[in-house]
Design a protein around this ligand. Structure first.
Ligand code: CP
Ligand code: NVA
Length: 308
């Protein structure tokens, strides 16, 4: 059976740990595994902009002995001109895996259902699961564990990062708090999925509106842009709504004294986070960005092994 990675809970807790352990191995022995030797090609498709995802997948595929084929929707037949299903059936004749950054989660599901090669979600409107593997790796590197830690995500609770924190954090046995204003709360289906996962892993899920209550005493503080890709038309109202959720030094001081600060980047400095916090001692954003490489390499090795 082909294994895909479309959302964070496509992995069980033990599978998530296997991938994080493999990421640690690949971080210390960067060129130690060559499952894509040949070189085999991996298609990496972008319907939305990217810096980190594009570079980390291109470099990671090359590190694994393969050849990355970066495709922009604008220069392809995707984007309404050809279905994800037909695209997948063509690509699988030539590539070993498909990585896709897109809008609707349903497109990824359609592609995965139509192909025998692993499909990886490189960000959709609903989830950013590759980012969460990197975030969990980073948190574990700095804290030694994941289960039992409390993480607070502040800002747009309905965005892909908030949803992925709910699912991936719950799988990992973390206590996940989402602090967002009314109208920007997480999808109730994702919340109920996360609650079921947390009940099994020993974690928990809390939705809050008060940013002060949300960060008090926590181990990890996370935020993301208030204007995700695809939401640009709502920028003015969003900037007017989210002000109380800005992570500044005063808010950060309410978390544990050694609390970590994470941000998937790109950051709108001065909006969701102040320069003082993102450039401060508690920020681990550069480790987090580097860990995209190691975590995604581990993911690809693992998916290719499990899919044969
Ligand atoms: N964090 C992240 O996915 O960054 P890019 O949009 O630059 O890929
Ligand atoms: N929530 C952001 C993440 C960017 C990496 C977006 O979707 O634009």
């Amino acid at each position: 059976m082909t294994r895909h990675f479309l959302r964070d809970d496509d992995l069980t807790q033990s599978e998530q740990l296997e991938i994080l352990d493999l990421a640690v191995e690949l971080k210390t022995d960067r060129w130690g595994r060559k499952p894509l030797a040949g070189p085999q090609t991996v298609a990496v498709i972008f319907d939305k902009s990217s810096t980190r995802t594009r570079v980390s997948f291109a470099v990671g595929i090359a590190d694994l002995g393969g050849s990355p084929l970066i495709i922009s929707t604008a220069n392809s037949q995707l984007g309404g001109k050809e279905t994800p299903s037909d695209t997948a059936r063509v690509l699988e004749r030539m590539v070993s895996a498909i990585v896709w950054r897109t809008y609707a989660q349903s497109g990824l599901e359609e592609m995965a259902a139509s192909t025998t090669v692993p499909v990886i979600n490189a960000l959709s409107d609903d989830f950013h699961p590759c980012q969460l593997l990197a975030d969990l790796l980073t948190i574990r590197e700095h804290r030694g564990t994941l289960a039992g830690l409390t993480v607070t995500f502040l800002g747009d609770g309905a965005c892909n990062m908030a949803h992925s924190y709910l699912l991936a954090g719950a799988v990992a046995g973390m206590h996940v708090r989402i602090a967002s204003p009314a109208g920007y709360t997480p999808d109730p289906t994702v919340v109920s999925d996360a609650r079921a996962l947390a009940a099994a892993s020993g974690g928990s899920v809390e939705l809050l509106t008060d940013p002060i209550a949300a960060v008090t005493g926590v181990d990890v503080v996370v935020t993301d842009t208030w204007v995700s890709m695809g939401k640009e038309a709502e920028k003015t109202e969003r900037l007017a709504t989210f002000g109380a959720y800005r992570v500044d030094s005063a808010l950060m001081a309410l978390a544990k004294p050694d609390a970590l600060f994470l941000h998937c980047l790109p950051a709108d400095r001065g909006f969701e986070v102040t320069a003082e916090v993102i450039d401060g001692d508690q920020s681990v954003i550069w480790d987090e960005a580097e860990n995209r490489l190691h975590a995604q390499k581990a993911l690809m090795v693992w998916l290719l092994e499990r899919s044969t």
